[in-house]
Design a protein around this ligand. Structure first.
Ligand SMILES: [Zn+2]
Ligand SMILES: [Zn+2]
Length: 245
């Protein structure tokens, strides 16, 4: 992944342009061109508005739908230059497989889709948009952000048990949403997709006899043979996890 710098210059840089830049950030985020929204930096320097952000690959901003926000900026005679400042060394690598074989939907600080072959992140724009009314990945990104929020609540607050249930119980709203998104990814991309469900050992009141049972079909988990990142899989439910046998 790379740190990209977008510079916006115009005769008059006012709050209208500033608002459009902020809108561009959100638009690009939901199209998968910007990841990890919290790391974006917007500032002004020498009469330009500068946006620094993390993007999965170089030169992908040209693929954005320019008819909307870029069009509005052009109407205001705002010129845009894009520079790539270097690799985002703290971000995961991006998949370069010719064929991923299958994907894994897995909540992440960066991209919640992983290649089944190499284990690296798959930019969302490589799959067809999953959110039809505004061609984007709005549903995947929203699910991912909520998942990260639940993880924070689990870790930092007194509502740990409630957050664990959302993350670990397959019937929770969060996990049911994940399964629906996973199915949508498969249908739209034609590529098989597993879902990583949080560690089962975190569920309260789970006893040793049931811990090795897949929550989807109640058959036993099998050892995951396609990646050493995950311990267990259920092929019929297309789930992976790091549980304990
Ligand atoms: Zn790959
Ligand atoms: Zn199962």
């Amino acid at each position: 992944m790379f740190v990209a710098q977008l510079s916006f210059s115009a005769k008059q840089l006012d709050s209208t342009v500033g608002d459009l830049v902020k809108e561009l950030v959100h638009f690009s985020y939901h199209q998968g061109l910007i990841v990890h929204l919290e790391n974006d930096i917007i500032y002004s320097k020498n009469g330009n508005i500068i946006l620094q952000c993390i993007t999965p690959e170089k030169y992908k901003f040209d693929t954005i739908d320019r008819s909307y926000i870029f069009g509005k900026l052009e109407e205001l005679q705002v010129s845009i230059t894009i520079d790539y400042l270097g690799e985002a060394t703290f971000a995961p690598d991006v998949c370069s497989c010719a064929n991923s074989g299958f994907y894994i939907l897995l909540a992440s600080d960066f991209i919640p889709l992983t290649c089944g072959i190499c284990g690296n992140a798959v930019p969302l724009y490589r799959i067809p948009p999953t959110y039809a009314s505004d061609p984007s990945y709005y549903d995947i990104n929203c699910w991912n952000k909520v998942n990260l929020a639940w993880s924070s609540i689990e870790f930092y607050s007194v509502h740990e048990a409630f957050a664990q249930k959302e993350l670990c119980d397959i019937q929770s709203h969060q996990n049911q949403q994940a399964l629906a998104i996973r199915d949508k990814i498969e249908t739209l991309s034609g590529v098989e997709c597993y879902y990583f469900i949080e560690e089962l050992r975190h569920i309260n009141n789970l006893n040793a006899e049931t811990v090795d049972i897949c929550p989807g079909c109640e058959d036993k988990w099998t050892v995951c043979d396609f990646s050493d990142r995950y311990e267990l899989k259920c092929k019929s439910c297309k789930l992976v996890t790091n549980g304990c046998i």
